[in-house]
Each structure stands twice: as C-alpha cells, then as structure tokens.
Design a protein around this ligand. Structure first.
Ligand code: NAD
Ligand code: FES
Length: 285
C-alpha cells in the first residue's frame, strides 16, 4: 500500500492534494512525469502528473479534480489510508534548458501540472513569467507556490472575483506583447485553453509546449489508448509525452477522443454516488 501522509482539500473540495509515500518514485521522478494510481483492486487506473516530490522524505504530491467515479473514490481516502498501486515515474521529463525568458501558463487544475515545470525552468536560470487562472477566486490553486516558482505571477479569474478579469490568454498576450524575446511558452490546462494559447503563441512565433491528458490504460505504450496526433504523426502520450509541441498538436482529435466514454462515465459516477455510504460500493464493501 502507498500510504497517504498528508491530505488537503482545495477549490471548495472539488480538488484534493495528497502527499503519498512512494520513496522509489520520489527519488527518480523529474518535472513533467506522471504516475498511474489505483485505489483498490476493483479500481480504475488513473494517470496524474506529479505536482511535486520530496525525495528526502520519500513522498510524491498528486493533485486531482473530482470529476467522476474514480476520483470520487480517491477522495474517500484519508490520511493513513493508501493507494493499492502507484506506478511510475512514467512519461518523458520536461527538457529544462536555459533559453532566456519563458512564460508558463496554468488553467484550473493544470496549475498543479505546470508548477514543477515552472520551478525547474527558474532553477536552471530562465526569467520566468507565470500566468494562472480559474473560474473564480475559490477555485484558484497553488497561488503561493506559483509565485515562489516564478519571477512574476499574473492571476486571472473568469468572473473577475480576483486578479485580472478574464482568461489566461489575456495575460499571455500581455506578456508576449511586452517581451518580444520570450523564447518558450509552457501552457497546461483544459484542452480549449491549450488550443487558444497555442494559436496566440504561434502568431508571436514562440515555441510552445503543452501537456496532453488523453485517456490512458497501461501507461507503457502497449494498449494504444492514449493515441494523439502531433505533426501528422501518431504518438502515444504515455511514452512519447505527455508534453508535445502545441503548434503541431491535433486538439480537435484529442477533444473527440476525450468525449468517447462520457456517457458511460456519467452512469458509473451516478451509480457510485447512489451506492456510496450504503455499504454497496467498492470503497465501503
Ligand atoms: P476551467 O474550465 O475552469 O478553466 C481554467 C482556466 O483555463 C480558466 O479560468 C481560463 O483562464 C482558462 N480557459 C478555459 N477555457 C479557455 C478558453 N476557451 N480560452 C482561453 N482560456 C481558457 O478548468 P478546470 O475545470 O480546472 O479544467 C478541467 C479540465 O482540465 C479537465 O478537462 C481536465 O482533464 C483538464 N486538465 C488537463 C491537464 C493537462 O495535463 N493538460 C491537467 C489538469 C486538468
Ligand atoms: Fe496505453 Fe499509452 S496508455 S499506450
């Protein structure tokens, strides 16, 4: 069992942070890599990019949004409980090169993914601008951590309840306009956000990395489930990614493939919500 040693609810309980004992993974993991977790033997395998690691304590930090049955099951796990399996580190680490000025953009729970990359890009000597956004102030996560990980942080909310009133793309445009020498953008969040960030950075001629989140099963390149198209070529996000050149990514295909099981996911989540607490669901039985 991979024990949860610290647990925090964020964004009004819709997002949960767990520090999990996984010493071998904590020692090897690099920014941009992910793990696949399973709550119990009947559980679904869920890929999550590590938001942080503490190799000295043998801990990894995962932050997930509660969106369906499996993440709702994860949310039932308290400090002292654990995940049955945690496999990783998986995927290719981010290339943390010194390129000069960079801008890192995180939307919603994508902030958890962009955080270690932002910190890593600062540590190797880049000047790092960061932009984070959420629908409203209560849903914003990791503001203090992103401020520490960057040289300048811009915060946006869709409803104007905190920071700039608008999408992260507004602040991205401001940074790109004011700093014509930005060498790299890293944009991570919901697919429409990544798509529109890339459209903008393409106009400014700035190389852009995105982190793709297709449905995954094995996480080792065997099942083909995480297939994405980048530069007209078939890639597997679990072994070739999860980061790819955003200007080459087929976001329409990714969007379509992510919708493939929405109906079944809804049925499964509704059944879980109805059964949970009655002794009949997989976490209570
Ligand atoms: P959200 O929908 O609340 O959006 C977060 C922010 O992204 C918004 O505040 C806005 O600033 C920006 N944004 C959203 N749509 C935009 C658009 N059309 N144009 C410009 N900016 C836009 O985010 P959420 O509910 O936290 O996101 C959940 C989604 O993100 C899920 O689908 C999840 O799978 C995905 N996600 C992806 C990754 C990844 O690795 N790419 C990581 C975490 C979550
Ligand atoms: Fe199976 Fe990537 S998850 S090939």
């Amino acid at each position: 069992m991979f024990e949860i040693v610290e647990r925090q609810e964020m964004a009004q309980g819709t997002v949960v942070s767990n520090w999990v004992k996984a010493p071998k993974i904590a020692k090897k993991a690099k920014p941009g890599q992910f793990v696949i977790l399973r709550a119990n033997e009947k559980g679904e395998r869920i890929p999550l990019t590590m938001a942080d690691t503490d190799p000295a304590k043998g801990l990894i930090n995962i932050i997930y949004q509660v969106v369906g049955k499996s993440t709702a099951l994860f949310k039932t796990l308290k400090v002292g409980d654990g995940y049955l399996d945690v496999i990783g580190p998986l995927g290719q680490p981010t290339h943390l090169d010194k390129v000069g000025k960079v801008v890192c953009v995180g939307g919603g729970t994508g902030v958890a993914v962009v955080h270690p990359i932002t910190r890593g890009l600062k540590q190797v000597g880049n000047q790092v601008f960061a932009v984070i956004g959420a629908r409203n102030k209560d849903l914003l996560i990791l503001e203090d951590q992103m401020r520490a990980a960057s040289h300048e942080l811009m915060v946006c909310t869709d409803d104007g309840s905190y920071g700039h009133h608008g999408f992260v793309t507004d602040m991205l445009k401001k940074v790109l306009t004011e700093h014509q020498d930005i060498a790299l953008a890293v944009c991570i969040g919901p697919v429409p956000m990544m798509k529109f960030c890339c459209k903008m950075t393409k106009e400014f001629g700035v190389k852009t990395l995105v982190s793709l989140n297709p449905i995954m099963v094995d996480g080792t390149g065997m099942c083909g489930c995480c297939r994405v198209t980048v530069g007209g070529k078939r890639k597997f996000a679990c072994v070739d990614g999860p980061e790819f050149d955003g200007h080459e990514t087929d976001f329409e295909e990714l969007t379509a493939r992510l919708k493939g099981y929405l109906d079944l996911e809804k049925v499964s989540y509704d059944e879980f919500k109805a059964a949970h607490g009655s002794g009949k669901c997989s976490c209570c039985s």
